[in-house]
Write a protein that binds this ligand. Structure first.
Ligand code: CMP
Length: 142
């Protein structure tokens, strides 16, 4: 089925000038960008996004990293988009990521791992709504 998923190009990858390279991976895989913007996260926005991790030992470092520079946030649409996007990203820890995935190619560590993607349809809907209004998501009819 056609799905939507939520994607972040994290501060490390933006700083390395990889926005276009990463968008090319999405588009080559058949995922269409239906919403996108650059944002500088503040503490409240970053903590709210990662609220499910608030008790984890890496939470403060994660929030600090996500505030360390601008991020690109986007909604990707396509067949089986949630899983497809996760395949393109590769494993959370780049040491475990398959060759040719974004994290294998562009991430330096599990903490600075270049990209985020929703892990399921329910989290995709929540994450999209956390960053985008309905009017900011554009249907792609051609
Ligand atoms: P992300 O998909 O953005 O979701 C939470 C992030 O926490 C994850 O990517 C990693 O970058 C980061 N992180 C750091 N340490 C860990 C860990 N041990 N397990 C999972 N995520 C971690």
């Amino acid at each position: 089925a056609i799905e939507r998923t939520f994607s972040i190009i994290k501060p490390d990858a933006v700083a390395k000038n990889l926005i276009g390279a990463i968008y090319t991976r999405f588009e080559t895989a058949g995922l269409k960008v239906v919403a996108a913007k650059m944002v500088q996260l503040d503490q409240a926005k970053a903590e709210g996004f990662y609220a499910e991790h608030s008790e984890r030992p890496f939470f403060k470092a994660l929030v600090d990293f996500m505030m360390s520079g601008p991020v690109m946030v986007q909604v990707l649409e396509g067949e089986n988009a949630v899983l497809r996007h996760r395949e393109i990203m590769g494993a959370t820890n780049p040491a475990d990521a398959l060759a040719g995935t974004l994290r294998a190619d562009y991430a330096d560590s599990i903490d600075e791992n270049a990209v985020h993607g929703s892990d399921a349809a329910a989290s995709a809907a929540r994450e999209i709504a956390y960053f985008f209004s309905d009017e900011e998501v554009c249907p792609r009819t051609r």
